[in-house]
Design a protein around this ligand. Structure first.
Ligand SMILES: Cc1ncc(COP(=O)(O)O)c(C=O)c1O
Length: 410
């Protein structure tokens, strides 16, 4: 098939996969992003990501936490939104980006993202030299990593800037505050490293009370004060995730590290910013419709049985796409109406009860996350139906769902 035949041209699946029509085409045979038409995909299951919304959310968070900087957390493929696209969208307004894995940082660098990238996950294996070469900023807590970074930097006649992570109560990563002074002593003996920042992560910033976070902050501040007393500096200190950044002004320090809020979701009901908007919409189209009699069962295990003559729609999306298999009372939106999910969610398909949706037909748009007319299904709704958290729903939308990017230029 040649571009220009008027037939669909499809890029391979992946986080940056884009389905495009063959006309009109650029020199590479594909239409530019701005002209992508989701209706021409082979399977109409898509996640639309609005980069203009993510930029607006970033600006609103920046205004809220100013003068602290906002470092966008784009680990886990930007919580399912596509790390490279989100990084490119935020590059000119974001002083630094944060990822969890070295691999995630390398993906961004190979895509041409040049802003500072902080590696929060602190797992370096044998990649210290590569982290330095690629200009990633390592978060560390282990003296062995300090030494390996110092050695790799010295080999290159360079000095690497590192951020030291302090464990203030999460008990996951970080140096204990009691051994923090010894780690600083050790860093001072290594000319290849400069401690450029201190950081911590809060375990309960989205909880009902702020007491534990305030206590963790005090532990962190004691470490910061000690480092300052020892003459370290300038230091860039950062602690706040979305919940802390939004709720607890004291935690904002030099930079905040929001992930979820950037994408327009909130970590818990006690955290709220009125103007943040969801940036992702998950939709598909009805691929088959069948009328069944009362008593007929639907899907694996025959666990759902029609109580009345019913119209059942089959959707080309399943748990391999990240729609949760275990949902209770879940709904989708069709023609502005809510339609219940019925029977077990399959790997590639799921069924919905369309009996009460007037004039439904094959090809109708189905919204699984997003708005349709006056109705809306939020990622929080789907998380509740699945007995999980909104983070897991967003990160779980799988690579085989094409991400379609919108921006204000469209
Ligand atoms: C170290 C660290 N900082 C910041 C974040 C961002 O958290 P949130 O998405 O709740 O804003 C995370 C996410 O888990 C994290 O692990």
């Amino acid at each position: 098939m040649r571009a220009g035949d008027g037939l669909p041209v499809v890029r391979p699946l992946g986080s940056e996969s884009v389905v495009a029509v063959a006309t009109p085409v650029g020199s590479d045979g594909f239409v530019p992003f701005a002209q992508v038409d989701m209706r021409t995909s082979i399977r109409p299951t898509v996640a639309e990501v609005d980069l203009a919304v993510i930029k607006r959310n970033f600006d609103r968070l920046s205004a809220l936490v100013a003068p602290s900087a906002v470092w966008a957390v784009i680990k886990a493929d930007a919580y399912g939104h596509g790390a490279v696209s989100v990084a490119r969208a935020l590059s000119d307004r974001c002083g630094a980006l944060a990822v969890s894995l070295v691999e995630e940082g390398l993906e961004l660098r190979s895509a041409g993202v040049t802003v500072p990238i902080v590696v929060l996950g602190a797992f370096y294996d044998h990649c210290h030299a590569q982290v330095i070469e690629e200009g990633l900023t390592p978060v560390i807590y282990d003296p062995i990593d300090l030494e390996l970074f110092a050695r790799a930097a010295a080999d290159r006649a360079r000095q690497v800037e590192v951020h030291i992570k302090v464990d203030t109560g999460m008990s996951r990563l970080g140096v204990d505050p009691t051994t923090f002074p010894a780690l600083l002593d050790y860093a001072a003996t290594l000319p290849g490293v400069r401690v450029a920042g201190l950081c911590t992560h809060f375990a309960t910033a989205d909880g009902p009370t702020a007491d534990e976070t305030e206590a963790a902050l005090q532990r962190f501040r004691a470490c910061v004060n000690l480092a300052v007393k020892r003459g370290l500096g300038p230091l860039t200190n950062h602690a706040a995730n979305s919940a802390a950044a939004v709720r607890l002004a004291d935690t904002r320090m030099d930079a905040v590290r929001p992930g979820l809020a950037l994408y327009g979701a909130m970590p818990s009901p006690v955290v709220a910013v009125a103007e943040l908007e969801p940036a992702l919409r998950l939709s598909t189209r009805v691929m088959a419709v069948r009328d069944i009699s009362a008593g007929v069962t639907v899907s694996y295990g025959a666990r759902w049985q029609a109580r009345r003559p019913s119209r059942i729609g089959t959707l080309p999306i399943g748990y391999a796409d990240g729609y949760p298999r275990h949902v209770e009372s879940a709904e989708v939106l069709v023609r502005g109406h809510r339609a219940p999910v019925v029977g077990a969610v399959c790997m590639d398909m799921m069924m919905v009860d369309l009996t009460d949706v007037p004039h439904v037909s094959v090809g109708d748009t189905v919204t699984l996350i997003g708005r349709d007319g006056l109705q809306r299904i939020g990622v929080d709704d789907l998380a509740r139906w699945a007995g999980t958290i909104n983070y897991e729903i967003l990160c779980g939308i799988s690579k085989r769902v094409p991400r379609i990017y919108k921006d204000r230029h469209e």
